[in-house]
Structures are given as C-alpha cells and as structure tokens.
Design a protein around this ligand. Structure first.
Ligand code: NAD
Length: 342
C-alpha cells in the first residue's frame, strides 16, 4: 500500500509517516517545507535517519513540492492507495496578515490535491484535516465563568460540539479550511470518491515545531521549562479539548481501515470533555510537574479565539470505534519530556 502524505514533514504528518513506516507501508511525503521557523526539516531528517533502508529501497520517498502546483500534484499522487492531505498554512494570525497566501495554500491548494487525486488516484481513500474554526467564534453559546476556566452553560453541549453545529467560519483561515472541508465532502457526493473530513481541535505531542500562534501546548510547555515569558491573549480561561498525537494517528488509522463506513463523512476529533484544559490550568499543571514558575503577561483577545471549544466525539466512536485514550495529564507529561530534549 502506498500512503501519500501532503504536509508530511509537519507535526501530524511526520508522526503518521513514522507509524506507517514502522508498520511496513510505503510512504511518500510531499511537503514544500514552508512552515515558518524552518524546523520541520528536523522531522524529515529524523525520519530519513530512522528509515534509511526504506529510503534506499524507495519504500520511503520525500518529494519537495507545493500543493499550489496542480501539475506536480498529479505526478505526486499517482499510484497512491491512501492520501492524507495535511499540508496547510496553519495559523489564524498569519491568515489575517496574508489572506492571499492562506487562500492559495488552504483553499486552492487543497482543491488541487483533491482534483489531482480524482484524475490520477480516484479509488484512493482520502482524508483531510479540517478544523473546529469552521464553527466560528460561537458567540451565541452561553458560558459560565469559573475561577480558572469557562464552561458551556447549556446542557445540550455537555458532551461538546457535534458535527451538526452551525457552520460560521471566522478569519481567513477558518474560511479557507472550510472551503476545502466542503469540497472534500462534495467530491464523495458528486464523484463517489472515498473522502473523509476530520474537524480537529487542539492536537499536541512529539515533533510539534510550535510557534507563538500555533501549537500552544508545546509552546507554553517549552517556554515554562526554559524560563521564558509567555503572553496570554485574553484572560487565560479559554478551554480546548487537547488530543495527544498518538490518539490522532490511531483515529486516522481506524478511519482509513473502516473507509466503507467513513467515506463521505465528517467527524469532530478532539480530546473531549475529560481532556479539556484552560491556559491557566495548563500553566499551573506544568509548574507543579516541573517546579518551574510560569512568567506571563496578558494581552488583548485574538480574533476568532473561541472561549470554549470541546469536541463531541460520539460520531467517531459510533462509526469507526475510536475514542481518545491518552489522558491530558499523561500527554502533558510526555510533552514536558519531549520539550526538555529540544
Ligand atoms: N495542530 C493542530 O492543533 C491542528 C488543529 C486543527 C487542524 N489542524 C490541521 O491539521 C493539519 C496538520 O497540522 P500540523 O499541526 O501538522 O501543521 P504543521 O504546520 O506542522 O504541518 C503542515 C505542513 O504543511 C507544509 N506545507 C505548508 N504549505 C505547503 C504547501 N503549499 N505545499 C506543501 N506543503 C506545505 C508545511 O511545511 C508543514 O510541514 C493542517 O491541515 C492543519 O490545518 C491542525
């Protein structure tokens, strides 16, 4: 089986590639290495070293290419049995500064991947990682404010936000990701392609090359253990349901194995209520675990920053039998260990 992974040098992609190569599959990573900070190349080098013999036997290939180039995508995806489309401009803040680039990568680039797949690999299973940002700011959802966190006040959301929640993307990133999200679902309806959409919440874990505006668990943990100051945008009580990367790769793997049930479907994928945590709670947990004090200051809220987002993962459980398995405490401990080696 050949697995093609766009954005495969990135955080999710390199973890998926590692898992697939360890399982003996053939993997082709397609990435233009454009993630800001230039550090995703370290992920690629790690994989190249670990799977050197797979590289020399061409079971593992790396193609430096941008999803913005349709003709290249046709060549890159030819022969793939499974395509994971992860390549993206991933920060809301960057999308606001440069919406043209954001659109070219996330909307037009994703369309290129999908249409190229239709032309050269139309029988492939094709999974796209969308985002909870398609639900927008969710301003109409009533919240309770507690000492360290916000909570949903409405019992309808006791298990979190499900896939039928009103779509209202905010920010260029939300819009460009949603454009691709709807194309992927529609290519199942219109052309019968085996497309699956994951609307992901906050993912974290090894090989995440965090920046201040993307990958907040890794960023905060790294800053605290290195004694560096953190800026908290808002009041720090905002809640996300964090999902460890090992659970992400498991979800992707299970959804792919059960493609006859998952094709044409959208799933909210996150850590769920049990793994919800606020910035303030994360800082105090890391402080307790490491004995290092968090140094921080507050700044204004960022655009499109939901005060509470928790995924309802019941549909994923029902259709492909997946539930998060790694608790937030265990996952954050793993993150502390990882960041200490960076
Ligand atoms: N990490 C999260 O918490 C999170 C949450 C919701 C959704 N997502 C989505 O999941 C996917 C993977 O996220 P990630 O955290 O691994 O991000 P990442 O930035 O680590 O990886 C993305 C990769 O895409 C590559 N890339 C960017 N533009 C490209 C282009 N034009 N052509 C080819 N490659 C390009 C980058 O170099 C990078 O290696 C993205 O689509 C992101 O929008 C992530």
């Amino acid at each position: 089986m050949l697995f093609a992974i766009t954005g495969g040098a990135g955080f999710v992609g390199s973890n998926l590639a590692e898992r697939l190569l360890s399982e003996g599959h053939n993997v082709r990573i397609i990435d233009d290495l454009s993630r800001p900070g230039g550090k995703v190349v370290d992920n690629l080098n790690y994989l190249r070293k670990k799977f050197a013999s797979e590289m020399s036997s061409k079971k593992f290939e790396f193609v430096k290419s941008s999803v913005a180039n349709f003709e290249e995508m046709k060549k890159n995806l030819a022969g793939a049995d499974v395509i994971y489309h992860l390549a993206a401009q991933t920060a809301v803040t960057t999308s606001i500064k440069d919406p043209v680039h954001d659109f070219a990568t996330n909307a037009a680039g994703s369309f290129n991947v999908l249409e190229a797949a239709r032309q050269v690999a139309d029988n492939a299973a094709l999974l796209y990682t969308s985002t909870n940002k398609v639900y927008g700011n969710m301003q109409n959802v009533k919240l309770d404010e507690k000492q360290t966190r916000y909570e949903f006040a409405d019992s309808r959301y006791k298990l979190g936000i499900s896939e039928d929640f009103h779509i209202d993307p905010e920010s260029p990133y939300g819009c460009s990701k949603y454009a691709a999200d709807s194309y992927f679902l529609d290519y199942h309806r219109t052309y019968g392609m085996k497309t699956v959409v994951f609307r992901c919440s906050c993912m974290y874990g090894e090989m995440q090359k965090s920046l201040e505006d993307q990958g907040w668990i890794s960023w905060l943990v790294g800053r605290i253990i290195n004694g560096k100051k953190i800026t908290i945008y808002g009041d720090g009580k905002q809640i996300r349901d964090i999902l460890h990367i090992a659970d992400v790769t498991e979800a992707v793997s299970e959804a792919t194995k059960k493609i006859s049930a998952t094709a044409g479907q959208v799933f909210n994928i996150g850590g769920g209520e049990d793994n919800s945590i606020s910035l303030l709670e994360l800082m105090s947990f890391v402080q307790k675990e490491t004995g290092k004090k968090s140094l921080y200051e507050f700044a204004d809220w960022r655009l499109a920053d939901q005060k509470v987002y928790i995924s309802n993962t019941e549909k994923a459980k029902k259709i492909f039998g997946w539930q998060p398995g790694i608790s937030k405490e265990e996952g954050i401990r793993r993150q502390i260990k990882w960041e200490s080696t960076q």
